[in-house]
Ligand binder design. Structure first.
Ligand SMILES: *Cc1c(COP(=O)(O)O)cnc(C)c1O
Length: 219
């Protein structure tokens, strides 16, 4: 299957309001251009250096999503380069993003990353941690950081019932945050969940942004 037919197939089976982020980590500029030519404008990278290397070689209207764990000292590179950071997971990082965004004269959108999987190795916050982060954000009036939703990765497993529970959990966190903090904020609207193996399940559970790598570019 080619990149273009993979994309067309995904488009055929998902609702049009769901944003497709093509995860282009480890992919070449040529591969990315194939997806671009098929109309994809949202691309996801998880390594800072790779993003900084590829971005200048590709069209300027690409919206770059930073989907990997972000170290504080790398925020100064990612903030000017990215449209959306999916991996906000600490007050320290929030502070740093705010500082850098202010200097870059930019407001950057960020998602609160939750730990929903059973594996210890996956990054993200607990419900309490995310709540205190949202509180810090509200109280400190971070004018250069927009909190626009949530992100999470389900367990890597064939157990569909487990994945479904994890996605439902994340959707629940989103709904609760919306009610408690973002009632009059249209911006808080993104639920980034679902990858190649589980995006249909994720959409069924309320996702409106899927991050697809191998399903688009192959193995
Ligand atoms: C690599 C990656 C993806 C895409 O994974 P695929 O299974 O190839 O679709 C999605 N989200 C994150 C955070 C990733 O690191």
């Amino acid at each position: 299957m080619s990149v273009i037919s993979n994309i067309n197939e995904i488009r055929r089976i998902i609702p049009p309001e769901v944003t497709i982020v093509a995860v282009s980590k480890t992919r070449t500029v040529d591969e990315i251009m194939e997806a671009y030519q098929a109309g994809i404008r949202n691309f996801g990278e998880n390594r800072v250096q790779e993003l900084m290397t590829k971005k200048p070689m590709l069209p300027e209207d690409i919206r770059w999503h930073f989907i990997g764990h972000l170290q504080r000292n790398k925020a100064r590179m990612v903030v000017p380069a990215a449209t959306l950071i999916h991996s906000l997971d600490s007050a320290g990082l929030l502070n740093e993003i705010q500082t850098v965004a202010e200097k870059s004269n930019k407001a950057i959108d960020c998602l609160l990353q939750f730990h929903i999987a059973t594996e210890e190795t996956k990054f993200g916050m607990t419900e309490q941690e995310a709540y205190s982060l949202a509180e810090i954000w509200i109280n400190s009036r971070y004018g250069h950081v927009n909190l626009t939703g949530v992100m999470g990765m389900a367990s890597f497993t064939d157990d569909h019932a487990l994945i479904e529970r994890e996605f439902r959990l994340l959707k629940g966190y989103f709904d609760k945050l919306r009610t408690d903090f973002f009632m009059n904020c249209e911006r808080f609207s993104t639920i980034s969940m679902g990858m190649t193996g589980d995006y249909l399940l994720a959409i069924r559970e309320g996702s409106n942004m899927v991050r697809i790598g191998t399903g688009i570019f192959g193995h």
